[in-house]
Every structure is written in structure tokens, then in C-alpha cells.
Ligand binder design. Structure first.
Ligand code: 2AM
Length: 485
């Protein structure tokens, strides 16, 4: 009998099951398999009941037998060792030209390694970011595939069929680039998500502590914001969360402990930004803000000891709410500018040919950071595909001009009343640094040269020429180029 399976999916947790159902809805015959084999039948008799084009496999051999060639096998298993283990289990059953796809949240260096390893075995590999959670997987996620370029035509139709569709109808899935590019861009997406969430939380705290607004009032403010240029999934769910009451008629948000968790993609993004020397300050602050929040017991102690202002934002409330909205918008522009700077540098470092407009485009729907704003970013890259920094685009420059006074008012007032706004303020500090022709690094270079003879370049000489001053008259004139401190 001719094999019927278009693709196999291993890993029947919710994401895996939902992707199978989504593919099946689009006419693909999918073979389902799982390490714990009993889950295969549970799935066939559960969520997949009545679908005769979802085929269960009870061994890797059976799964491979059910697949058309070249075989396409997608892993939706825990990132890390599980992926490598399954690759090894699959290898003896596959032939040159077959394709393994890792749809988990793998770290991009692993994806680079796996692409090369499988290429050495004659196999194709895709590491793909999939964003949108369970709901997205079921009805349309944003999909960011990278890996062996020859693999893309094999899955393009399936992936674009199951992906979310942007408002203009474009599928939220395009080829991102070679080896680890897809997982890198997914990681950057998650980092940006950390930033967006932190910005919203700072706006919330200012409204709550600074303006004394009730949940209902904040719910209304977020509802209004969601109608305008901030319209996005995260603003929308914040609106809904603020209004959500439990069976006793009490707000759930007020009962939730203020200690944030994290799974590590924000941390990876920040580590990568440090590795690449890119000042992605807002995402870093968002990660650190989660870390500080997690020190709950220590904060409770410190709150009884450390003094500081606990004031209110004085003046017209509606004006402040609008100021906060503008501060959020301007900060968000900085965050995305930083995120795209990071991807640009990563592309240089890892030899990826990234299309930034296309990346913005596939984030417009399906994923957690989906927003009207991303449509604006796509348009900016449509206007100028070589745009070096989003802040320099006419549209975004105009928005910052419009928001700047509010932004400064919000940050300075937050400082004065003692409400922490690490993301709002780091965004503003970055903006002021980025637009500074001169920064105090002349003094910093002098310090380095003073204590370590690290040398400096001069404003009156071409770049690349280095000088040393014998600052103390002692220690000789030999420069230190052989070691770094
Ligand atoms: P399981 O049902 O056999 O535990 C999400 O946890 C998915 O990843 C599940 O399908 C799970 O399979 C799979 N998974 C987790 N760790 C694994 C491992 N070390 N090897 C294979 N599959 C694993």
C-alpha cells in the first residue's frame, strides 16, 4: 500500500496535538507519534476522534513506513536533550533527502549544530520558532523557520497553510534564513515580548500607584488604548485581565503574587546582545525586573526599612493617562529599534541574510506581540529595506517627536514619586544616548589609558590610530596592547 502521510509529528503535548489538528484541517494527512506510546491512542480517541486522515504510529518504524518520501518529521518535544535523542533514534530509519523539523523552543546554537550534523548525514533540517501558544498552534501561529535552505520548498505549503494570516491576507510564515536563523528570530521575538509586557506593567503601576485608578478605570483606559496605535494582543489581554472577577466577585489580578517567572528566552536574548555588543537595554531591564520581582521576601523586608517618596501624580488624571500612553509608545519604539539592531548584528555574525520587513510582517498576527505597530514597522522597511535603525524612519521619528514631552514628564515624575519605571527610563536614556554626538567615553578612554595603558583614538586624527599618554610621568610610555583588563 502506498504511504499516505504528508508529515509526521512527534510529541503529543497540547502544542503538538493542536498543530496536527491544524494541519489536518488544511487537508494534510498527519502521522502522530509520542515517546509514551499510550498517548497516541489517547489522542486518536480524544481530540483527533473521527478524523481518518490523522494516523497513529506506535513505533518509529511504523511512523516512517506511513510517510511519503521525502519524509518530513516534525518534533514538538521538550527543548534540549529530547531533540538530540529523537534525532539519533530517527537517523537509522531515514534516507538522504528526508527532513527533520524541530518546532520547539530550541536555543539557536543547538539549531546551528543540528543543521550541520544532519547535513553531514545527507539529511535536511529545519529549526522553527512557533509563536502563539496553544491557541495559535490550533488556529494559526506565527512560524519562523530556518535551517537547510533546500528544506523550505518541502514544507512551505504546509506551514503557510497553517500559519496565521495578517490583515492583508499574507501568511505569517516566511523562510527566515540558514541554520539557526529561525530560532534566533523566535528568541528575539520572545525578548521583545518581555519588553512589551514590562512596559505595560509599568503603565499599570503608574496608573494604580501614581493616579490611584481602580481596576475598572484601568480596564477602560486599556480598552481605549486598544482602539488606537497601541492596539495589540498584549494590550487586549491586559484590558480583559483587569476586568476579570472570580466566583466571589473579586478581581483575580489583585490576588496574584507579584513574583514573575521566566523560561529563559529573555535571558538568552540579553546574553546574545551582550555577546554581540548590542545595547538592547530595554529587554535586559525587563528580564532584571522579573528577577527583582521574584525576590519577594527580600523586598517585603526592605520595604520596612528603606525610605523613599510615596507620592501621587498631581494634576488632571486624563492628561496623565495620555502621557503614560505616549511614554509607553515611545519606549516601545526604542525597544523594537533595539530588537532589530540585535537581529541585524546577529545576521552579520552568523551569516544570515535576514529580511527585516518580512520578519515584522510575520509577527503581525498569530504571535504574542502581534499588533498594529508591527504593520508600521513592515511599512518602514518597505519604504527603505536598508533602514539602519527604526528610530530614523520618518514615521517613527514623528511619533517620538509627538510623544517626547509626555515621555520625559512621565519618567521624571515617576522618579520623583518613587515608582520604578526601569523600562520607560532605560528607553529614554537609550534615546538620549543614541542621539548624542558626544558621549563621555572620552573620559572613560582616558581612565582606561591611565590605569592600563589601553590607548585611545583622537578626535583630530583618523579612526584606527591609537595613542597613549604618560599620565603620571611614571611607568614609561609603553602601551598595553597585549592584554585586556
Ligand atoms: P512524553 O509524553 O513521553 O513525556 C512535551 O513534554 C513533549 O515532549 C511530550 O510529548 C513528551 O513526551 C516529550 N518529551 C519530553 N522529554 C522527552 C525526552 N527526554 N525524550 C523524548 N520525548 C520527550
Amino acid at each position: 500500500m502506498e504511504p499516505k502521510g504528508d508529515i509526521a509529528l512527534i510529541g503529543l503535548a497540547v502544542m503538538g496535538q493542536n498543530l496536527i489538528l491544524n494541519m489536518n484541517d488544511h487537508g494534510y494527512t498527519v502521522v502522530a507519534y509520542n515517546r509514551t506510546v499510550s498517548k497516541v491512542d489517547e489522542f486518536l480517541n480524544g481530540a483527533a476522534k473521527g478524523r481518518d486522515t490523522i494516523l497513529g504510529a506506535h513505533s518509529i518504524e511504523e511512523m516512517v513506513r506511513l510517510l511519503k518520501k521525502p519524509r518530513k518529521i516534525m518534533l514538538m518535544v521538550k527543548a534540549g536533550k529530547a531533540v538530540d535523542d529523537f534525532i539519533e533514534l530517527l537517523l537509522p530509519h531515514l534516507e538522504p533527502g528526508d527532513l527533520i523539523i524541530d518546532g520547539g523552543n530550541s536555543h539557536f546554537p543547538d539549531t546551528i549544530r543540528r543543521t550541520n550534523y544532519l547535513r553531514s548525514k545527507g539529511l535536511l533540517f529545519i529549526g522553527t520558532g512557533i509563536s502563539g501558544g496553544e491557541e495559535g498552534a490550533r488556529h494559526g501561529p506565527s512560524i519562523m523557520p530556518g535551517g537547510t535552505p533546500e528544506a523550505w520548498p518541502l514544507v512551505k505549503d504546509i506551514f503557510q497553510a497553517i500559519a496565521a494570516k495578517a490583515p492583508d491576507g499574507a501568511p505569517c510564515c516566511e523562510w527566515i534564513g540558514s541554520d539557526g536563523a529561525g530560532h534566533y528570530v523566535k528568541m528575539a521575538h520572545n525578548g521583545i515580548e518581555y519588553g512589551d509586557m514590562q512596559l505595560i506593567c509599568e503603565a499599570y503601576q503608574l496608573m494604580k500607584e501614581g493616579l490611584g485608578m481602580s481596576n475598572e478605570e484601568m480596564h477602560k483606559a486599556f480598552a481605549e488604548w486598544n482602539e488606537g496605535e497601541l492596539s495589540s494582543y498584549l494590550i487586549e489581554i491586559t484590558r480583559d485581565i483587569l476586568a476579570y472577577k472570580d466566583e466571589n466577585g473579586e478581581y483575580v489580578v489583585d490576588k496574584i503574587l507579584d513574583a514573575a517567572g521566566q523560561k529563559g528566552t529573555g535571558k538568552w536574548t540579553t546574553i546574545s546582545s551582550l555577546d554581540l555588543g548590542m545595547p538592547v537595554t530595554l529587554i535586559a531591564e525587563a528580564v532584571f525586573a522579573r528577577c527583582l520581582s521574584a525576590m519577594k521576601e527580600e523586598r517585603v523586608q526592605a520595604s520596612k526599612i528603606l525610605k523613599g517618596p510615596k507620592g501621587r501624580l498631581e494634576g488632571d488624571r486624563a492628561t496623565w493617562v495620555e502621557d503614560i500612553r505616549r511614554a509607553l509608545l515611545a519606549s516601545k519604539i526604542v525597544s523594537y529599534a533595539q530588537g532589530f539592531m540585535l537581529m541585524r548584528e546577529a545576521a552579520k555574525e552568523y551569516n544570515w541574510n535576514l529580511n527585516y520587513g518580512s520578519i515584522a510582517s510575520i509577527w503581525r498576527a498569530g504571535c504574542i506581540i502581534r499588533s498594529v505597530f508591527l504593520g508600521r514597522i513592515k511599512e518602514a522597511f518597505d519604504r527603505d529595506p536598508n533602514l539602519s535603525n527604526l528610530l530614523l524612519d520618518d514615521y517613527f521619528r514623528g511619533v517620538i517627536d509627538r510623544c517626547q514631552d509626555s515621555w520625559r514628564r512621565v519618567v521624571s515624575s515617576a522618579v520623583q514619586i518613587g515608582v520604578p519605571v526601569p523600562a520607560f527610563s532605560t528607553a529614554l536614556a537609550f534615546y538620549d544616548g543614541y542621539r548624542s554626538e558626544r558621549l563621555p567615553a572620552n573620559l572613560l578612554q582616558a581612565q582606561r589609558d591611565y590605569f592600563g595603558a589601553h590607548m585611545y583614538e583622537r578626535v583630530d586624527r583618523p579612526r584606527g590610530e591609537f595613542f597613549h599618554t604618560n599620565w603620571t610621568g611614571r611607568g614609561g610610555t609603553v602601551a598595553s596592547t597585549a592584554y585586556t583588563v
